[in-house]
Design a protein around this ligand. Sequence first.
Ligand code: TXA
Ligand code: MG
Length: 343
Amino acid sequence: MDTVILDAFDEKQDREAIAAAAQVIRRGGLCAFPTETVYGLGADALNVDAVRKIFEAKGRPQDNPLIVHVSCLDEIPPLVEKFDSRAVALAKQFWPGPLTMILPRSERVPACVSAGLKTVAIRLPSNPIARALIRVSGRPIAAPSANLSGRPSPTTAQHVIADLSGRVDMILRSAPCTVGLESTVVSLIEEKPRLLRPGFITAEQLSAVCGPVEMDRAVFHSVAGDAVVHAPGMKYKHYAPHATVKIVKGDFDAYCRFVTEHAAPGVVAMCFDGEGKSLPIPFVEYGHEASPSEQAQQLFDVLHRVDELGAEVVYARCPSCKGVGLAVANRLFKAAGFEVIEL
Ligand code: TXA
Ligand code: MG
């Protein structure tokens, strides 16, 4: 398949590109587009054939449900059975933005969108290109991250082009994503809200709006392939570069000694800004140690770059798990298959 690549950096100036992308969605095709978190691979959420194409293009397991994206609150009632007071409060505080809510699914949403679950994931993104695309297409858009299944999520148009060129109808080329990690996923199905995937909106921020939030076990544990889980996406190996990633926990001096002892061809250090110059091996840096937001923004790009360096083993400095750091650590732990070396 020939993939059309169009520039869409500005919602107004690139109106034609957005209109063309909306046409692709309306006709049941696949179009990758930017959001504030990561690039998404979109299709008409109400068109079963279009939704199936997403799974095919990504090589995504059929039991991993998709997020449905809307451009305003008015588009939500037909998609859900219930939008309770907690959902209203969270929407008011965090939408448009990097939050996804799991809600009871209405019959209008095809079961395959949610991999057969009785729930549906809804997100109202803040990226103006994403919202214009949804608005102009006049459809809710089902969109997973626009990467091949198992690979690091795409935070630049180049990442999307590398993974999906020839597999999708269109790619909207835009700026790098500002948040850099996928949305926070919170389930409102049970009495207590449950955090299924940490993100830029933290558990503490959610709790301040809708009371105590339960942390799903999958956030910090690997899950067996046949396990029944609340967050099906959490059981798959994720975000992995071709290299083996190992997380190294300890202070910078101990880390320095460790990588010096383990220096060999194909071994790459993944450290915080300013640290690489003190190390005897090739390195990539993923933001300042004290800035989880910087780490979030750069993590996936760095995981792409280690492959370009031809790394075989990557020793990654362990981020703090506080605030947004929890989301950074969650993605890095998954990339490393939850393997940590404690110094
Ligand atoms: O930031 C994001 O959320 C990006 C952009 C494109 O919006 N999308 C994204 O989609 O990350 P994806 O498919 O890569 O991740 C969706 C996650 C998966 O872990 C999936 O299992 C979970 O959301 N999910 C979707 N629907 C669900 C449901 N009904 N119940 C529980 N988990 C669900
Ligand atoms: Mg994904």
